[in-house]
Design a protein around this ligand. Structure first.
Ligand SMILES: C[S@@+](CC[C@H](N)C(=O)[O-])C[C@H]1O[C@@H](n2cnc3c(N)ncnc32)[C@H](O)[C@@H]1O
Length: 286
């Protein structure tokens, strides 16, 4: 035990080690497909930390104290999750923020306010962030997409509505978000109202297979089998020269969807990778 007069060890090596463990904890939580308890995180990091469970525990405590992580109790278990109480800057211009949080905005920031909810699309998963990066790419490089009075976007699997809200805040005139989950439908509507876009975005439970309209931009953050199933119809539903932005694809699945896109004469104009996930933008021939 350290005596009271003994100074704590703040050696650079120890500080570097603590930072590395904190980063490993962040990444373990962000990469997980399920919610994790303290024990889960310790298990997943046991090799990395050479069994030093205490190091993982103190890293978590510090991240909770700094409000980066939070404890969530559910059905008798305590999970450790990324805090939803702080704004997240996704790109140089796009910021997601909890609805009740004040934010000092930079000029040109595109801010999406989100209510606390359970549907996918809080910005904590790489696929959401990749789609937002894809939207920023399109805004900065494909000005034609945002021009004209009637640009319209479809968001298949809208979740919290985050992508369709961002697309409209970036200049798309109007949009539709669809989802099969009633909870997502309700949360997306709340978020859209909260961002003052209820007049311009419709949220619906209509199955994609029955959508007949055409769109300037189609967004879909879904898993590969659904994307592959929907791709032929997406090509039909996007206007000539229009864009299709996809995510939910693992890095090793990229070639499979790109190969399928060739059958429809799509041109891949952008892709980006984060932690084993990719997003891709295709353009339909004009
Ligand atoms: C990965 S989340 C994406 C949420 C949000 N768009 C984002 O990028 O963060 C996928 C969403 O698609 C919905 N979904 C899954 N299959 C679907 C389908 N066949 N048609 C419409 N929505 C679907 C799920 O309910 C879920 O809300």
């Amino acid at each position: 035990m350290r005596s009271l007069t003994e100074k704590p060890n703040h050696s650079p090596k120890k500080i570097f080690r603590a930072q590395a463990v904190r980063q490993a904890v962040r990444e373990t939580i962000q990469d997980a497909d399920t919610r994790l308890t303290l024990l889960d995180i310790q298990r997943r990091l046991s090799r990395y930390c050479r069994g030093d469970r205490k190091a993982v525990r103190s890293a978590i405590k510090e991240l909770v104290d700094q409000q980066e992580l939070m404890y969530v109790s559910d059905f008798g278990h305590t999970f450790i999750e990324t805090s939803i109480h702080k704004p997240i800057r996704i790109t140089t211009t796009i910021v997601l923020k909890p609805w009740d949080c004040t934010l000092e905005q930079d000029a040109g920031d595109i801010v999406v306010s989100l209510c606390y909810g359970t549907s996918f699309g809080s910005g904590q998963h790489p696929t959401t962030r990749l789609c937002l990066k894809g939207l920023e790419y399109l805004q900065q490089n494909e000005s034609g997409l945002w021009r004209g009075e009637k640009t319209r976007a479809l968001d298949i699997g809208t979740g919290s509505g985050v992508l369709i809200i961002a697309a409209l805040k970036m200049g798309i005139t109007s949009g539709v978000g669809i989802d099969i989950d009633p909870c997502a439908i309700s949360e997306a509507r709340d978020n859209i109202a909260h961002n003052g876009l209820s007049e311009r975005i419709t949220i619906s439970s209509e199955p994609f297979e029955t959508v007949e309209e055409t769109f300037t931009l189609i967004l879909a953050n879904l898993r590969l089998p659904t994307l592959k199933l929907f791709l032929p119809q997406m090509v039909e539903r996007v206007t000539p020269g229009g864009k299709i932005l996809l995510s939910g694809v693992k890095s090793e699945e990229l070639e499979s969807i790109v190969k399928q896109s060739y059958q429809f004469g799509l041109n891949r104009v952008w892709n980006c990778e984060e932690r084993g996930w990719v997003a891709i933008v295709f353009q339909k021939k004009g």
